[in-house]
Design a protein. Structure first.
Lengths: 465, 465, 465
């Protein structure tokens, strides 16, 4: 099912260079510095329940496509906010198999075919006809020791797997992993959105909890900041090397102490003026950058997603159901307050992501090609795909170079897709480098060095691993 | 003049796949669900007057390019708003032939070469030297029965040809076609812009006329909506399966009944407040979506053109003279009111077009890859071209898949360019699919299935033909 | 080091066409109608000081990349605003050589390799190991007559080299060149930004000086405009054929005489209202367009750069230090006042540039494909690169054609990079044309004609050379 030359350009000369470059990185360990797998999997090391629960129900790439073509989320057994979840896993799998053609030309298809073949030895395209057989085969495999989370972790050659964790998280699973003696490196990432974004569900309770877990009085601006500092230190003790921030925009601010104090009071008491929620997020990015300058945690910003666009769906099924939609995102004016304050700091790594590809060549590459703190994250989310990765390289490299980028992130909650995603990235980078070599824009020895850098060296450096 | 491999990638392996795919769809019927041909041509079946009146004077792609290089519209015999139109057709043709080099690298050139060779047997590139001979040859052909509109319709293998018609249109030509017994399927499309856009020339008279033809009292909000509903029913009776809406932006609104009633009163009486014209268009998109949910007419939205940018030209020559210019277009926030209300409806097909290619991967593919009602129209107008189509596939497919698109629209008033335009689309789609196959991202049998889907199946389904 | 097929597509058929096209234009003279070289070089014809002063310290493409990776500008000997400049040129060169790998995949690397090999005969990639040897070799060469500015000018086959000069410039160097009897054609370009942009450093002194050099009373609107007219006439007498305008946006205005008079009074007296600075720039673009209609100087507009984004760097090192960042740029509404007034004028050439590539297909090609005065400048600044040029051709050609473009500009202050930059442009254009030929979208004889047009004919016509 999988051709060894997949994703390489068809031109024989270029393909042959791409294949050699890929061979040199294919078996390198996987470093996954940013993702959304569940640390409990590795703490408890229990079998995954069934193929549907593993492949379909947690993966919004899959069910959004099915939904767009009229398949209801109820019929797919997506959990509802009222706790209901029906649908027989076998029946859900059949629906999925019947609609497998919808994924033609998408990265989801590449990831799934890879997982089916490489992990389960399935050599036939999924279809209505073989749906039940595939289900059985995968289901049986999942009950075997080879498919326990830790066994897969080792099989995937994961050198590091970072999770994403709320600021108030106990990190108990990470601690349990460490205490277990298992050598797998599963690191937490500090993500404080839920105590910064006033519109986040449960914001006031989240603040309350932040006070409790930190032992700080979060009713004051100083106490709130101290609470965050303490939590960062706690994350760092537990292995974190990075923070992550998902904001509606890239807006930053640099308020005076009195302005910030007054703003926080309005935030804390809920007496918001128009624009306060956005201004607070903007100010917090600058505060968090300052904390990164102090504690050395690499800072990641993922702006530009309009969350929960489909109101009816959100009410019934909650967050992360495929209804987050990218919006135009401005970086140059938005980031200036933060960059004016910390942009020239040596001990600061600030990684920018985008969902707005028009910013690659216009804003992000020029910014990253100048400010010492800035690095560009890989093409993200909807753009984590062969065409998307290629556009990123084509549009960012000439201005930012390769060395202001940070390698690949899989950013996924679909654990079994991780090797497939990194494989796609290695192939696409090899193809891009091969084109530069074939067009005599890069020497072959340099391309081999770059292949290593893009696969392991840049990510290790940017995330201080 | 036309190479059989034109528009296929040069790489021999990819080209050979592309050629096979194209062979499988080359002779399929043409389905043209959206265009601007004149139904009277097919009702009356009279000869086209002369080559200049057929190829040059109605085609703003052609005369805008000539105008941009200093050729006056007067010298091309473009009709003026005061009724004047001078210029000898033969002389206009000579000017055109002399400037034929200006079209190098443009789709217009591809369409013209195709029409000249395939329809008129001209095997030499148009030039100053052969201008008169070509004119004579075409002119003579146009007087023969083979070149009457209905004969061409059949020769083009048109399965369906949709026209675009004002909401107040009598559809007399469509009725005459039907009554004639000729089997050609020429369908109307309901386009109510002229009774929705306050700034449309003659808006008040158009409203008046809407009241008359519908027998409704359009002085009230309810009467106005009922008039539109009646007109839609009339269009549907006469074969329409779709509506079309050309708005300055994609803005939608969902006002309360009392707000909408008050807004309409200001619109009707001409006592507009700032923003009313835009708000009314926004509200009407949502109203029209609701009507589509009820009557099943597929809804098409074409936003983002700044109409009549060149004031002096507009005053002398009127609309559609090549001075409509695309503008940045936002979809995510703009469409939310409409999508919140009707986005999850099963019986609703809403096709989006854009002139802002930066929205393909950022907004349109993510929206269409989620909402059940949404489909993406093909690359449109300035982007109906080999590079434009390729960018559309490259940027939309990985997120929206192929199955949230609707095949090709020619969108033209240049009747003789229709086979050429569909041929270009079939070739470019074949080339795109061939690259996916050559790079082992798609199986060959799937590519053949997709070629059929992109050519005939998706358009039939989306437009309910 | 340089392969003869560099920058040509790898596909053998396409490459062979590209090579033939390139051969036909490789040795044509270089026409450089827009750049930032120093006319004093050619007036005095003194040796360039040393490799570092020639290649590194004036080239913000180079030191911005080094700075982005933690190399301080002090260590590179970049001159400071307080006059300090330390750093041994040899040591700077070593730092540069050590970091040469950062330029992999960037156009800077292509330009440098070309200059090293073609001008200095260096056949080995620059590295830490050969840094000193390369420095010595270049340093020695620079002291020889063959490397004097005029000798290089002739060796580069420069037919025309335009500089960029302040409105108040004496043009003494241009006059000295002319008086010297040397035949090299070094032409000034009229750039009045410093007397139009209120926020330009020294704006009030600049105005004062404008009054002095013109002999006009610039305290009145009329006197100010007359002063500009006189300066334009002076530039024209000294060989200028063009003006250049670098604005933050493309905004234009068309105020009444009384509004403009009042606005200028506020500008002149420094009693600005909010928005006045921007409005004045907008109004001045329209005024300057009117002057171009009168005196025939070709007008160039370069909007969209956020200047001096890095405050700390600006304070220490001043302008043009790699911290100018592109921003989203709107053209359609912004240019309408100017185009409504002068867009249809026969004797007016208005060349638009952009740093926002999303405007190529959306705004610029549609505008240039309609308005007789408009032409598109080549891909600019960050986009003056193989991928950038290719995107420009791919995105602009189908709507604007080739003949609404103006050939290549090097826009550089790095004199030794000029042949390399034009060579890259000729190669990329040949590659683009070759693809059209290989895909049978353009006849081969037309491609050869176009290669000449894109290299020399269009630029001569657009700049009236």
């Amino acid at each position: 099912m999988l051709d060894k030359n997949r994703l390489f350009p068809a031109d024989p000369a270029t393909r042959s260079i791409a294949a050699k470059l890929y061979d040199s990185v294919r078996d390198l360990p996987i470093i996954s510095p940013h993702g959304h797998t569940d640390p409990q999997w590795f703490a408890d090391n229990q079998p995954f329940p069934n193929p549907t629960a593993l492949f379909i129900q947690p993966d919004h790439y899959i069910f959004r496509m099915l939904y767009s073509q009229g398949v209801s989320l109820e019929s797919l057994g997506i959990p509802q906010t009222d706790g209901k979840q029906q649908a027989d896993p076998r029946e859900v799998w059949r629906i999925f198999a019947k609609h497998y053609y919808l994924f033609r030309g998408t990265p989801t298809r590449l990831w799934l075919d890879y997982a089916f073949q490489e992990l389960f030895g399935i050599n036939e395209r999924l279809s209505e006809a073989n749906a039940d057989a595939c289900y059985e085969l995968i289901d049986r495999a999942l009950q075997t020791p080879d498919f326990l989370p830790r066994a897969l972790f080792d099989r995937f050659k994961l050198e590091v797997l970072a999770t994403t964790d709320a600021a108030v998280d106990t990190l108990e699973h990470h601690q349990k992993i460490k205490a277990s003696g298992w050598k797998g490196r599963v690191l937490p990432t500090f993500r404080p959105d839920a105590v910064i974004d006033v519109e986040f569900a449960g914001f006031r309770e989240n603040l309350q909890k932040l006070g409790e877990v930190s032992g700080e009085d979060v009713s004051s601006w100083k106490g709130y900041l101290d609470a965050l500092r303490k939590r960062r230190a706690f994350f760092k003790q537990n292995g974190a090397t990075a923070t992550d921030h998902g904001h509606a925009s890239a807006l930053t601010a640099d308020l005076s102490l009195s302005e910030a104090t007054a703003l926080y009071e309005r935030i804390y008491t809920g007496k918001l003026k128009a624009g306060d929620a956005e201004l607070f997020q903007a100010q917090m990015l600058t505060e968090l950058a300052g904390m990164s300058v102090d504690d050395g945690l690499t800072m990641q910003l993922h702006p530009g997603s309009f969350r929960n666009h489909n109101t009816k769906l959100y009410e019934k099924f909650g967050r992360d159901k495929g209804a987050d939609i990218p919006t135009p995102t401005e970086y140059v004016r938005a980031l200036r307050p933060l960059l004016s304050k910390y942009g020239n700091e040596a001990n600061f790594t600030f990684i920018l992501f985008t969902l707005d590809e028009s910013t690659y060549s216009r804003e992000l590459a020029p910014l990253a090609g100048h400010y010492p703190c800035l690095r560009l994250g890989p093409s993200w989310w909807f753009h984590d795909s062969p065409e998307g990765m290629t556009r990123f390289r084509e549009q960012a490299t000439e201005t930012a170079g390769f060395y202001n980028t940070v390698g690949f992130n899989d950013d996924t909650r679909a654990f079994l897709s991780i090797p497939a995603r990194h494989d796609v990235a290695r192939r696409v980078d090899s193809a891009f480098l091969a084109r530069l070599v074939a067009e005599h824009r890069l020497d072959e020895d340099e391309a081999f060095a770059l292949a290593q850098d893009l696969t392991v060296n840049l990510v290790r450096k940017a995330y201080r691993l």
